[in-house]
Design a protein around this ligand. Structure first.
Ligand SMILES: Cc1cc2nc3c(=O)[nH]c(=O)nc-3n(C[C@H](O)[C@H](O)[C@H](O)COP(=O)(O)O)c2cc1C
Length: 175
C-alpha cells in the first residue's frame, strides 16, 4: 500500500478534506478510514487528519501518530479560526511533536471549518456589557465566515497538497 488516509472528524469538515486528499493521491494502492474504522492497515505514507480541539488534535489522533514507525507522515487539519497562518502553524507544531523520530514528516495542510451554532450563541451571550465588544464581534464574524468552509478553494488546495506530499514521499531525501 502506498498511502493510507486516516482522519478524525466529528461534524464532517475534516472528512470532506480527507475524501479530497484520498481522491487526489495518484494510483490505486491507497485506502481511507476514519480513526474509528482504522484497523492497523499499513502503508508507506500516512495522511493523518484531525479537527482542532482546544489548540491541538484529539487524543485518538495522538495515539495513532505515536504508533507509527518508519513512515512518511503528512498532516492535515481543520479548525474554526480562518485566515491566520500563524495560528495554523502553532497548531501544526503542537500536533507534529507526536510523530515519532523514526518517521519522516512531509508537511501540513490546514483550513477553516464550520463550527456548531452553539458556539455563536455563546459568543452572543458574551456581548452585553463586555469591555471588549469589538473582539467578540470579530469572533462572531469569524464564526459566520467559517460556515462556508471547507469550500471549493480549500478542497482544491487539499488536493494539490496530496499530490505534492506523494511527490515528496517518492524522493529519498532528508527534509
Ligand atoms: C470542543 C471543541 C474545541 C474546539 N477547539 C478549537 C480550537 O482550539 N481552535 C479552533 O480554531 N477551532 C476549534 N474548534 C472548531 C473545530 O476544530 C472545527 O469546527 C473543525 O473544523 C471541526 O472538524 P470536524 O467537522 O471534522 O469535526 C473546536 C470545536 C470543538 C467542538
Amino acid at each position: 500500500m502506498d498511502a493510507m488516509v486516516v482522519y478524525s472528524s466529528v461534524t464532517g469538515n475534516t472528512r470532506k478534506v480527507a475524501n479530497e486528499i484520498f481522491a487526489a493521491i495518484p494510483g490505486d494502492r491507497k485506502d481511507i478510514q476514519s480513526i474509528e474504522e482504522y484497523n492497523g492497515k499499513d502503508a508507506d505514507t500516512f495522511f493523518v487528519g484531525f479537527w482542532t480541539d482546544r489548540g491541538t488534535c484529539s487524543a485518538d489522533i495522538i495515539d495513532l501518530l505515536s504508533c507509527l514507525q518508519g513512515k512518511n507522515v503528512a498532516l492535515f487539519g481543520t479548525c474554526g479560526m480562518g485566515r491566520n497562518q500563524k495560528y495554523y502553524d502553532e497548531i501544526r507544531d503542537k500536533v507534529k511533536v507526536f510523530i515519532p523520530d523514526d518517521c519522516r514528516y512531509l508537511g501540513t495542510y490546514m483550513c477553516q471549518g464550520k463550527m456548531p451554532i452553539q458556539v455563536r450563541r455563546k459568543y452572543e451571550q458574551w456581548l452585553p456589557g463586555n469591555p471588549h465588544p469589538e473582539q467578540v464581534k470579530r469572533m462572531i464574524q469569524n464564526f459566520d465566515e467559517a460556515l462556508l468552509h471547507p469550500d471549493r478553494e480549500d478542497l482544491k488546495k487539499a488536493a494539490a497538497f496530496a499530490v505534492n506530499m506523494m511527490e515528496l514521499a517518492k524522493q529519498n531525501i532528508e527534509i
